[in-house]
Design a protein around this ligand. Structure first.
Ligand code: FAD
Length: 538
């Protein structure tokens, strides 16, 4: 497209139609910007479009895993406290119906390349559909899980069965009934598939690298009356999200776990455990995340709860070892419903990949150092090139064309306030690296951080600025600040996606802002109050 052609030119192009992109679209459009959204998937919903594997389910309770705009919840009814993917999709369809979003979205269209046109101060984007768009500003909302990770396994090409990554699950579904299923990975997706597969498959083999510290979901079916009484609490709960570390409607206990006697502490742990959801994670003593002794009290409580459910002591040692493999809660502790009970059944096998690593994929299964495991369906529940993968998998050229975001971040992410990176003017990101993102409830981040971006774009328009760029000094500062905060926590002690440690060759670093949502919002406001300090506006 030539720079004089205006048919595909927008004030703002948004990339990605999950919570973050949808929020940007309806807010910016309401504010009179000419906006267009480009989405690789066939529908709205972001990860809920792609993750349609059996058992895919939200692990934030529905009360706050939704938009806070009253028009979008007044007449909506949730059927479960922790909704499944199909309900999330219906929810996004409902949001679309209410807000008329789809008319401004190009679906099935992936942005592949972006370059900045200095003369006209605008981005030129090209897509896998051969289309071109240009925009004064681009807001990237590609989320934390847009780039599925599949490990390289020797002999994979020989596998004669079916193989799927959970986030690339066929939209038409996969039949698990009567089949032998192998699942690699025991993060949220792996155990969600295992829980469903065990109901219908002839055999399930779970390949585990590290035991995952799952918490009890506390699922509930919700009636219309339940919804009505919940709705009475939502306005206050939505407000509270901006005041809590994780954008939840509850927060840490701001006392040390060690201030209590073991009996008092266990009584508190028991209450949090029974409440279900993330209460035992984001509602517990704050020093679980900073003090190994305090952390150990939570681990021991968790371990004892889990071990009590597993009959075979050897399996108990594999699933909930006496000594923690890493501190509790510094990897994302997803929620389970009946996962630990699966291992009391005859049709489930647990394989430790630490003790017996995979040697080779065979036509009928795979061989570990201890022997052969056969299956017809192989599920890669192996996660994502998380947080940065969405941005780095696009070929985004710096304004001077000397580098790409991918290359710039090879030795570490650099951003100002987690929304922009120097050398790439007019490119902003929501729920991206070095923002609260992975530590924050998704919709809370989409709205709270999203609103910071909206205000910034409104400010630029009001002041007649055509260009904004992060300052290198400011982003070094932000990076140093994040690394300093992380050093005071136990997060660096685990090889997690929070630390970029799940992908071979990826820089090991804290990828999110670990200071909590309220502090992040304060930092953003401080910059805003000084005319967006740390950004160059012109
Ligand atoms: P996403 O929902 O990831 O949307 C990003 C979109 O960008 C995708 O639709 C993708 O197709 C699109 N995209 C990517 N690259 C391109 C491109 N180049 N061109 C065009 N489009 C592109 N968080 C919670 O807080 N609570 C939960 O319970 C929870 N459960 C989760 C369960 C699963 C299975 C997964 C994977 C994540 C979960 N998360 C959860 C995290 C989740 O990412 C956030 O809750 C939220 O979805 C983030 O929304 P988003 O809009 O920022 O990104």
């Amino acid at each position: 497209m030539s720079s004089t052609d205006t048919s595909n030119h927008y004030d703002i192009v948004i990339i990605g139609a999950g919570f973050s992109g949808v929020y940007q679209l309806y807010r910016l459009r309401d504010l009179g910007f000419r906006v267009h959204l480009v989405e690789a998937g066939a529908g709205l919903g972001g990860i809920w479009h792609w993750n349609c594997y059996p058992g895919a389910r939200v692990d934030t309770h529905c009360d706050i895993y939704q938009f806070s705009h009253e028009d979008l919840w007044r007449d909506w009814t949730w059927s479960e406290r922790f909704p499944g993917w199909a309900e999330m999709r219906r929810y996004f369809d409902y949001v679309d119906e209410k807000l008329g979003l789809s008319r401004d979205v190009s679906f099935n269209t992936r942005v592949e390349h972006a370059e900045f046109d200095e003369a006209n101060q605008r981005w030129q984007l090209s897509t896998n559909q051969g289309t071109a768009l240009s925009a004064n500003f681009v807001v990237v909302c590609t989320g934390f899980g847009s780039k599925p990770y599949i490990p390289e396994l020797k002999g994979m090409e020989n596998f004669a069965g079916e193989a799927h990554h959970t986030a690339l699950w066929p939209q038409t579904g996969v039949n698990l009934a009567g089949r032998r299923v192998g699942i690699i990975g025991t993060g949220a997706s792996g155990i969600q598939v295992a829980q469903e597969a065990c109901k219908v498959s002839s055999h399930v083999t779970v390949f585990q690298r590290t035991p995952n510290m799952f918490l009890p979901m506390g699922q509930q079916q919700l009636t219309a009356e339940d919804n009505a009484s919940k709705k009475a609490t939502w306005p206050a709960n939505f407000q509270r999200r901006g005041e809590t570390f994780g954008g939840f409607d509850f927060d840490f206990i701001m006392k040390s776990a060690l201030e209590y006697s073991p009996e008092e502490r266990d009584a508190i742990y028991e209450r949090l455990w029974t409440a279900g959801g993330f209460n035992f994670w984001l509602g517990t003593f704050f020093d679980i995340f900073t003090n190994e002794e305090a952390n150990r009290t939570a681990y021991d409580f968790w371990r004892n709860k889990v071990r009590a459910r597993i009959k075979d002591p050897k399996l108990a040692d594999m699933l909930a070892p006496m000594e923690p493999p890493h501190p509790y809660a510094v990897k994302r502790p997803s929620l389970e419903q009946w996962y630990f009970d699966l291992f009391n059944r005859d049709n489930t096998t647990l394989v430790s990949l630490k003790e017996t690593p995979i040697e080779e994929v065979l036509p009928t299964g795979l061989r570990t150092s201890a022997g052969v495991h056969e299956f017809d369906l192989l599920v890669f529940a192996t996660g994502f090139d998380a947080v940065t993968g969405g941005l780095t998998s696009m070929d985004i050229l710096s304004a001077d064309r000397s580098t790409t975001i991918k290359d710039k971040w090879r030795k570490g992410v650099r951003t100002q306030l987690g929304v922009a990176t120097s050398g790439f003017p007019n490119l902003l990101f929501s729920y991206g690296p070095q923002s609260p993102s992975g530590f924050c409830n998704g919709p809370s981040s989409a709205e709270y951080q999203g609103e910071c971006i909206v205000e910034l774009l409104v400010h630029l328009r009001a002041q007649g600025h055509r260009r904004i760029e992060a300052e290198p000094v400011a982003e070094q500062h932000w990076r140093d600040h994040i690394m300093e905060l992380a050093q005071h926590t136990l997060f660096p002690l685990a090889d997690s996606w929070y630390m970029g440690a799940n992908i071979p060759g990826k820089q090991r670093e804290m990828l999110m802002y670990p200071g909590g949502l309220p502090q992040y919002l304060k930092e953003f406001k401080a910059s805003k109050d000084q005319g967006y300090a740390g950004f160059r506006l012109s």
